[in-house]
Design a binder for this molecule. Structure first.
Ligand code: C2E
Ligand code: CA
Ligand code: CA
Length: 734
């Protein structure tokens, strides 16, 4: 849940005093200002002080209600010529108590973040705050007339209308600005950040001339709306806000709020000259309110998208579990290395042998914690530059020095990382082996990591604790050997599939099965795809492998569909290399129909990283597959580099959100928000969403609560061999 206002806790502390003083001063200024723009002594054109009231209650908590009441009493005493009980009680009963109820609902029922830090908070706030305004105005009037003893329907109606729009403009325009400011100031170094943002957004970020042009555009718009006499006859008011709306979209929340604030002040100022013209006044109020709404909402949604894209970029380069670089990030660093550091350098790659065993015997959570500790140890090793967790249990770093120095550093690293570690009161001994590639001026960055990994592969074969330095003779026999084994395995049917169900949470049933490759190696046992898919892609063997597996998967799924009479879909993973194949769509269609399936029954999963730099062939394949009737799913969403909008260019029907978005749930508010934003975004783009990697009931509950429909993960079912999946399907029958 979003953090609640800090003010709750220190009711009578120094914060309370400062907030109270600040509130009273600001309230006096705003109230005074509103009276300056009054239509009649009672009715204000707009009432910014109400925006302050609302911001106080929502931003600092209900503990400030007495302060609100006090300020109203003081105001009545100060401004009424002969204060009566009626005009003392009316604002308190008609206004403050209703606002307190609204703040209570917003904070404790709807649980909005008081600083309006995301779109849904902004939306709830505006909706609730403004729906409330007529209610407040009506109650206010009713109390006033009832307590005063004379009820005149005509006056009641007119005044309610004016009060309503004055209140609503106050709340919808002034509160969001104040609350957002408050949120900013409460961040560490908030004041500096805010100042920088203002300077960047409004001054330095744009050329001076550009800024000037925009200010003139806003000013002109406001003047056209309220100042120019000819515009009144033509009723052009609303057009005047085009520049504001444009700015909201371009500059995000900060830009929108600042523009809203400036426009309001300027408009109120201009209108002051024209205060007698009542019909125009009402139009003014409505247009200000409408524009405030649209501007703030557009700003919030633009900011949310920018923030999401920034986060996605970060995810694309860093590993969320350990905070180290991931494979993309590490390769990016390697490419910049020759410009940054003098040779000699080396790349070291290593992995934790027993991770798979730890995951199966003690659960994935346990494995994750072990990886985190190893990541910390690697990070704390001073001589390891650019520490990275490449994928799964594979780590890498850059070492500095000549071959002897590098070897010695590797030994030290091996010793430090190999220390026993304690997780969940269990002590384990990490088993590691290391591969090193020396960086030479002739070789190029993309080779370094591959060579280190090849050396590491050899070291692993030799057993835990080994360190192997790459040399060219190393690579060839290993590769040729592996390739032969692979071909033999293909011919002998050693490759087969495990299936993991995709669940529909609303219908509460299995809607699809994802086929996941396994290699049953005669000597090495069951090998997971992380250990052979990369190799198969490099050698092109992924092509025959994929066709073989697709055939098998289609046959098996067809059998289950017939057997259990359920509309089960098949999810099949397609690698980037396969998409380069000419005639792919045709061939896959043949395989599907030969096995009795329609292409519509098959969803092809393509990993997001292929969108980073795709070529024509890939794009052609994707469209041809779509044309043939296959559904396309963007897999591992969030781990690639693609901008959200680039999704539009590809013919996807669904995205599969990577499990890394679940890691921070429920503790990290940013992650919880992001997941929700992705859901909303995909909905708008008409994309289905599947969230994968759901491992526990907290995550499951959270997904239910945000309306996520399709899920997959260990919590529902591990990937299982065909016989066991068949049992599961049978058990799921009504
Ligand atoms: P993927 O497509 O993202 O598949 C999901 C992976 O996450 C699977 O690993 C699955 O076992 C694992 N998984 C499922 N639920 C959970 C969970 O709750 N928590 C965690 N931590 N993991 C979960 P697997 O089977 O090892 O496959 C790894 C990758 O290998 C796949 O990732 C896919 O990219 C690739 N792959 C698998 N089969 C094929 C294939 O037939 N063709 C191609 N081209 N790639 C394949
Ligand atoms: Ca997949
Ligand atoms: Ca995936």
């Amino acid at each position: 849940m979003p953090p609640q206002a800090a003010g709750h806790a220190n009711r009578l502390g120094p914060t309370y005093l400062w907030v109270s003083l600040g509130y009273l001063v600001l309230w006096y200024l705003l109230d005074h200002w509103a009276r300056f723009f009054a239509i009649t002594p009672e009715v204000s054109v707009w009432y910014p002080a109400l925006g302050l009231d609302m911001a106080l209650l929502v931003g600092f908590g209900l503990a400030y209600l007495p302060l609100l009441v006090l300020s109203n009493v003081l105001a009545t005493l100060a401004f009424s010529e002969a204060p009566t009980l009626t005009n003392l009680l009316t604002p308190i009963l008609g206004g403050n108590l209703v606002y307190a109820a609204a703040a209570y609902i917003l904070l404790h029922r709807l649980r909005i973040n008081p600083h309006l830090s995301n779109l849904s908070d902004v939306r709830w706030f505006l909706l609730f705050g403004c729906l409330l305004a007529p209610f407040v105005a009506g109650t206010f009037q009713t109390f006033g007339y009832t307590l005063g003893g004379v009820f005149q329907a005509q006056d009641w109606a007119t005044n309610t209308l004016y009060f309503f729009s004055g209140d609503a403009t106050g709340i919808s325009l002034v509160s969001p600005v104040l609350l957002a400011l408050l949120g900013w100031l409460k961040q560490p170094n908030g004041a500096q950040k805010l100042w920088r943002a203002v300077v960047q957004h409004w001054l330095a970020g744009w050329l001076w001339l550009d800024t000037l042009a925009r200010l003139v555009a806003i000013g002109l718009g406001v003047w056209v709306a309220f100042g120019g006499s000819w515009s009144k006859e033509l009723n052009y008011q609303y057009i005047a806000f085009a520049p504001l709306i444009l700015m909201a979209v371009q500059k995000g929340y900060a830009g929108a709020l600042l523009t809203v604030a400036i426009t309001n002040v300027a408009a109120a100022w201009l209108l002051h000259d024209d205060i007698g013209n009542n019909s125009n006044t009402f139009a003014f109020q409505l247009s200000l309110m409408a524009v405030g709404y649209i501007g703030v909402l557009l700003g919030a949604s633009a900011r949310e998208r920018m923030r999401l894209e920034q986060h996605l970029r970060h995810l694309a380069l860093y590993d969320p579990l350990t905070g180290l670089l991931n494979r993309n990030g590490f390769i990016e660093q390697l490419q910049q290395l020759p410009n940054q550091q003098p040779l000699p350098l080396a790349v070291i790659a290593f992995d934790l042998h027993n991770l798979r065993e730890l995951n199966t015997t003690r659960g994935p959570q346990f494995g994750d914690e072990v990886l985190q500790i190893l990541g910390q140890r690697l990070q704390q090793f001073p001589k390891a530059g650019h520490p990275a967790r490449l994928w799964g249990n594979d780590f890498a770093a850059v070492l500095k020095g000549n071959p002897n120095q590098v070897l010695q550093q590797a030994q030290e690293l091996s010793q430090q990382l190999g220390q026993p570690l304690t997780v969940q009161n269990d002590q384990i001994q990490p088993q590691l082996s290391f591969g090193i590639a020396l960086i030479t001026p002739e070789s190029n960055p993309s080779d370094w990591l591959r060579q280190a990994e090849m050396a590491h592969f050899r070291a692993k074969g030799l057993g835990a604790g080994q360190i192997v330095v790459f040399n060219h003779s190393l690579s060839i026999p290993d590769r040729v050997g592996l390739e032969q084994e692979f071909r033999k395995g293909l011919a002998l049917g050693e490759f087969w599939l495990h299936y993991q169900p995709v669940i529909d949470l609303i219908a509460n049933r299995i809607v699809a099965l994802e086929a996941l490759a396994r290699w049953q190696h005669p000597q090495r046992g069951l090998i997971p795809p992380s250990e052979f898919v990369g190799f198969a892609e490099e050698t092109g063997l992924i092509v025959p492998l994929s066709y073989t597996l697709l055939e098998r998967a289609c046959r098996e799924v067809y059998t289950w569909r017939q057997l259990y009479q359920m509309p089960l879909k098949l999810n099949f993973n397609v690698s980037g290399r396969l998409l380069q194949e000419r005639g792919l769509a045709q061939r896959m269609q043949q395989i599907a129909t030969a096995a009795g399936l329609e292409t519509q029954d098959i969803e092809l999963e393509v990993t997001e990283s292929i969108l980073v730099d795709y070529d024509e062939a890939t794009l052609d394949s994707l469209f041809a597959l779509r044309e043939a009737g296959f559904q396309l799913i963007l897999d591992d969403f969030g781990t690639g580099y693609s901008s959200l909008l680039s999704l539009k260019r590809f013919p996807f029907a669904a995205v599969k959100v990577d499990r890394l978005f679940l890691l921070g749930i429920p503790d990290n508010p940013l992650d919880t928000q992001l997941l929700q934003t992705i859901l909303e975004f995909c909905k708008r783009m008409h994309l289905q969403v599947v969230v994968e990697g759901v491992e526990n009931s907290t995550q499951h509950q959270h997904l239910l609560s945000i309306g996520c429909r399709y899920v997959q993960g260990y919590w529902y079912s591990h990937p299982l061999p065909p016989q066991q999946i068949q049992k599961k399907l049978a058990a799921a029958l009504p």
